[in-house]
Design a protein around this ligand. Structure first.
Ligand SMILES: Cc1ncc(C[n+]2csc(CCOP(=O)(O)OP(=O)(O)O)c2C)c(N)n1
Ligand SMILES: [Mg+2]
Length: 656
């Protein structure tokens, strides 16, 4: 019997409904509905080699509709990836199985991005497409010549981030980005028409996309549409008309099949409808063989590519960049030497710009940008020309006012590899980026967020622009290193740390206002790497330790001077990074924060959280309300963040 395309797709359907049934949770509808489209994609278009899943020139495939995770698990298994095994699939959604509820990039090679928050995957794919075009200009078609494919559902297209993502992709003319839209007209609550009546294709077309439609259950029609998408120079939306849960005779086409097991009886009915007689988790050998053959097709293409790489003049540089290994000199050490020789009283955003001049000159993979605040975030350097539709060699993306879209795109760039993205906005708008920052951290993506105007120190723009809870709330995200440097030297040190961390994001909180350079002597090491260190040692008998971050370190030093003038010994600890400090040995931490001294924190943000270091008896100077509009110095005094206002309170606590 010849194996038909429908039989191949039915293998996906069977695995999906059986795995969801076994787990008694999951989403069978989407994989069953998109099985035919995915079969065409993975057999005929997608460039990949399951034996070398990290092959640099593979196509990137992002399942943006992450709830349909069984679709990608089925495909990876059937095409011959080492994982997931059938045992892994049997254990779908169970602890220890790489077949997590939603696809996780760190669980399985072949899962390029963690998806599940709807819309994010598509926006992440935009970044992958940016990275591909950029690297293509540097290394040529011989080494970099691939596409980015996305399967997205109604939800991905409805989310606000979709607007930002497709606007950016359309503007940049990312023609190698192809989105296959599962147009099944169903979401969880029921018909899409309950909540939406927009003309999606018209919206995409208006945004500079090519749009083509097909019958998602007719393989020949899917091929026709994909061929058209591939041929068109614009990014493409392929609208695939499908039936959610196709194969389930009684539930297909309804929201009932979106996120619940079909149930034993309906699975039996589906088996009969599809003519699928094999037991659960068994793929008939002829069908399995046909799928393996599809998976083997890429090997020859990869072998030819490997030969081209071997003969390529830029082989070593290409491999270095794709491996994510920084150049031997990232430019920071020389820059710090210059600062020590000639101290700078500048805002840390300006210090960041100067550090970036050195970094972007030394690290060609650094690819910057800003969400329309280039002049305020100080993110653009001489080495970074604009990345435009006409010149993808540029290293600076004008993201427009698209903070979430920028952040998600940066995730995609980092996950693609070969580039290290950094991008800026005001710290207060980190809230707009937050869902993507969380995904940077979860996905272990090296993204550097440059967040300026980091406190009431920004002054007159007032409470809407003044971060209060932001630094503290960002510290709560696991695997995100938040840095709040105190001066130009710490800023450079924090940049070096953020760049060096290949396994997660860093976020720099930087000031608008000028700060004195407190570090004027060569340290011989990156002191910020400790997370916190003594920047000033008590002269008199130590009674108090002042802990501060960023712009408040200078205030802490002034406070210490006032206390010392009255014979009260005060250490000042600068604490640019909580996460780095928490990773230090216990003796180091205890040495900085001794039990026998009063501890006081000074930070122009919420005091919530500082108990962790100052203890129940410590003092916490900060701001637990929204800011106000006034010049920065007036605000610092108004909110009590000055040496003159802090010193008496410390004396009182010491009984002096
Ligand atoms: C940001 C976000 N909001 C809500 C959800 C919960 N959720 C998961 S799937 C889904 C419906 C998605 O509809 P659609 O994309 O059409 O998927 P289909 O039902 O067709 O499989 C929702 C609301 C989510 N995963 N992410
Ligand atoms: Mg839908």
């Amino acid at each position: 019997m010849t194996v038909t395309e429908s039989m191949l797709a039915n293998a996906i359907r069977a695995l999906s409904m059986d795995a969801v049934q076994a787990a008694n949770s999951g989403h069978p509808g989407m994989p069953m509905g998109m099985a035919d489209v995915a079969t065409v994609l993975f057999r005929e278009y997608l460039k990949y080699d399951p034996t070398e899943p990290k092959w640099a020139d593979r196509d990137r495939f992002v399942l943006s509709a992450g709830h349909g995770s069984m679709l990608i698990y089925s495909l990876l298994h059937l095409t011959g990836y080492a994982r997931p095994t059938m045992e892994d699939i049997r254990n779908f959604r169970q602890l220890g199985s790489p077949c997590a509820g939603h696809p996780e990039n760190f669980e399985l090679a072949g899962v390029e991005a963690t998806t599940g928050p709807l819309g994010s995957g598509l926006a992440t794919a935009v970044g992958m497409a940016i990275a591909e075009r950029h690297l293509n200009t540097g290394f040529g078609d011989a080494l970099v010549d691939h596409r980015t494919w996305v399967i997205a559902g109604d939800g991905c297209l409805m989310e606000g981030i979709n607007h930002e993502a497709i606007g950016l992709a359309g503007h940049l003319g990312l023609g190698r980005l192809i989105v296959l839209w599962d147009d099944n007209k169903i979401t969880i609550d029921g018909a899409v028409s309950l909540s939406s009546s927009e003309d999606v294709p018209a919206r995409y077309a208006a945004t500079g996309w090519h749009v083509v439609s097909c019958d998602g259950h007719d393989a020949a029609d899917v091929r026709r549409a994909i061929d058209e998408a591939v041929a068109d120079p614009r990014p493409s939306l392929v609208r695939c008309a499908t039936k959610i849960g196709y194969g389930s005779p009684n539930k297909a086409g309804t929201s009932g099949v979106h996120g619940s097991p079909l149930g034993k009886d309906e699975i039996a009915a589906a088996r009969a409808f599809l003519g699928w007689t094999a037991e659960p988790f068994v793929i008939p050998e002829d069908i399995a063989a046909e799928w393996r053959k599809a998976g083997e097709k890429g090997a020859a293409t990869r072998a030819a590519w490997t030969e081209r790489l071997s003969a390529h003049a830029d082989k070593a540089e290409f491999e270095r960049r794709m491996a994510g290994i920084l150049p031997a000199d990232d430019g920071v050490a020389g820059h710090i030497d210059a600062l020590i020789a000639s101290p700078q009283k500048i805002a840390t955003r300006k210090a960041s710009e100067i550090a970036l001049e050195a970094i972007t000159a030394a690290v060609p993979e650094a690819l910057g940008g800003s969400a329309d605040l280039t002049g305020s975030n100080n993110t653009k350097t001489k080495a970074t020309a604009p990345f435009t539709k006409d010149d993808y060699s540029g290293r600076y993306v004008y993201y427009g006012i698209r903070e979430f879209g920028m952040s998600a795109a940066m995730n995609g760039m980092a996950l693609h590899g070969g580039v290290i993205p950094y991008g800026g906005t005001f710290l207060v708008f980190s809230d707009y980026c937050r869902a993507a920052i969380r995904l940077s951290a979860l996905q272990k993506a090296r993204v550097v967020y440059v967040m300026t105007h980091d406190s009431i120190g920004l002054g007159e723009d007032g409470p809407t622009h003044q971060p209060i809870e932001h630094v503290m709330s960002l510290r709560m995200i696991p695997n995100l290193d938040v840095y709040r440097p105190a001066d130009a030297v710490e800023t450079a040190e924090c940049w070096a740390l953020a760049l060096a961390d290949a396994d997660g994001p860093g976020l720099l909180a930087l000031t608008r206002q000028n700060l004195p350079q407190l570090r004027t002597e060569a340290a011989g090491e990156n002191l910020s790497a400790r997370g916190a260190y003594r920047i000033r040692t008590a002269k008199a008998d130590r009674k108090v330790v002042l802990l501060a971050t960023g712009s408040e370190v200078a205030i802490a030093v002034e406070t210490a001077d006032m206390l010392e003038a009255e014979g009260i010994g005060a250490d000042v600890v600068s604490m640019p990074s909580w996460s780095h400090f928490d990773a230090q040995p216990a003796e180091y931490r205890a040495g900085l924060l001794p039990d026998d001294a009063l501890k006081a924190s000074i930070e122009a943000g919420v005091t919530f959280g500082w108990e962790r270091y100052v203890g129940a008896k410590g003092l916490r100077f900060g701001i637990d309300d929204f800011g106000a509009s006034a010049p920065a110095e007036v605000l610092y005094d108004h909110f009590g963040l000055s040496a003159g206002k802090i010193t008496p309170q410390i004396k009182a606590a010491l009984g002096r």
